[in-house]
Design a protein around this ligand. Structure first.
Ligand SMILES: O=C1C[C@@](O)(C(=O)O)C[C@@H](O)[C@@H]1O
Length: 298
């Protein structure tokens, strides 16, 4: 199994013990700076998590709501700058951070158009690579709790950043190239919260992600039957053998939990677990999952 390419020293040693062992990723979905920092610290303190997934779609949803209350539309630039203002609070945890803007197209809470998605991610890619901009004022009111700019500047240098890019968004390939030019790893993703695609379609999607230059190819599907879970695992295993990049296959919901526990045996380089609020159906509490992973792998 090819490993997740953006582990750092804080995390890497666990996966290095046994190359069959999946990396453990835990999402953070808070919107206020202090709560983001608190959750990130709690994740690091577990001592078993390899990567934080920072879900920024809830941040964007909060800003959109705030702007609506003031009867004006929020600009993509404003979204992106708010996120950059918060980035330092995530990087205090010391773990690699996967930034994910999950759109409404794929079950997330960011109701954005194709163009706005591209514009937000472009600004985030640029801003992250210019670390001096990370702690500057986002321009949002501090009372909103969404400005990460209040308080002293917290250095973000040294943080390993990666970016989720939804492969079906219009500018996906360009975003992947741009992220690479700026030194970010990319996880290409595709989700279906209603059903599971056929193994052929899943295979084609994995291949499309690799062809677009992604560093990791990730698919999450909702199963309706046990056979759907098997289909997803089979497609993941075949893609792991055929492609040069690491793959990640998730079958969601209670039915799909085999993929979260034993996915690595089918080629998945990582598994998502929850601490507090889950970000998708079927996620297992991180302490429980890490305990199982510890017993199954080194
Ligand atoms: O893509 C994924 C996988 C996921 O949907 C899951 O099923 O665990 C959880 C999301 O937060 C993440 O972005």
């Amino acid at each position: 199994m090819k490993q997740l390419p953006f582990l750092n020293d804080a995390a890497g040693h666990r996966v290095a013990v046994d190359p069959r062992r999946p990396a453990i990723i835990v999402p953070v979905q808070a919107t206020a700076p202090e709560e983001i920092a608190r959750q990130c610290r709690a994740i690091t303190d577990t001592g078993v998590v390899d990567v934080i997934e920072w879900r920024i779609d809830p941040v964007l949803a909060s800003i959109a709501e705030e702007c609506c209350a003031g009867s004006r539309a929020a600009a993509p630039q404003e979204f992106a700058e708010a996120v950059l203002g918060l980035a330092a609070h995530v990087s205090t945890a010391g773990l690699p951070v996967l930034i994910t803007l999950r759109t409404g197209f794929e079950g997330g809470s960011a109701d954005v158009s194709e163009d706005v998605y591209t514009e937000i991610l472009t600004t985030i890619i640029t801003g992250l690579s210019e670390s001096s901009g990370l702690s500057e004022s986002s321009g949002l009111s501090e009372s909103s709790g969404l400005s990460g700019a209040s308080g002293p500047a917290i250095p973000t240098a040294g943080t390993t950043w990666a970016l989720d890019v939804e492969i079906d968004r219009r500018g996906a390939a360009e975003l992947i190239d741009m992220a690479h030019d700026r030194g970010l790893s990319v996880v290409a993703s595709h989700h279906n919260f209603a059903r599971t695609d056929s193994a052929e379609v899943l295979g084609a999607t994995f291949t499309r992600m690799a062809a677009a230059g992604a560093d990791v190819a990730k698919i999450a599907m909702m199963p309706g039957t046990r056979a759907d879970v098997a289909e997803l695992l089979r497609a993941t295993a075949l893609a792991e053998e055929a492609l040069a990049v690491p793959v990640l296959g998730i079958s969601m919901g209670q039915l799909g939990r085999t993929s979260r526990v034993m996915g690595a045996d089918f080629g998945s380089c990582a598994t998502f677990a929850q601490l507090g609020e889950s970000s998708a159906p079927g996620q297992i509490a991180v302490a429980d999952l890490a305990g199982i992973v510890d017993r199954l792998y080194g």
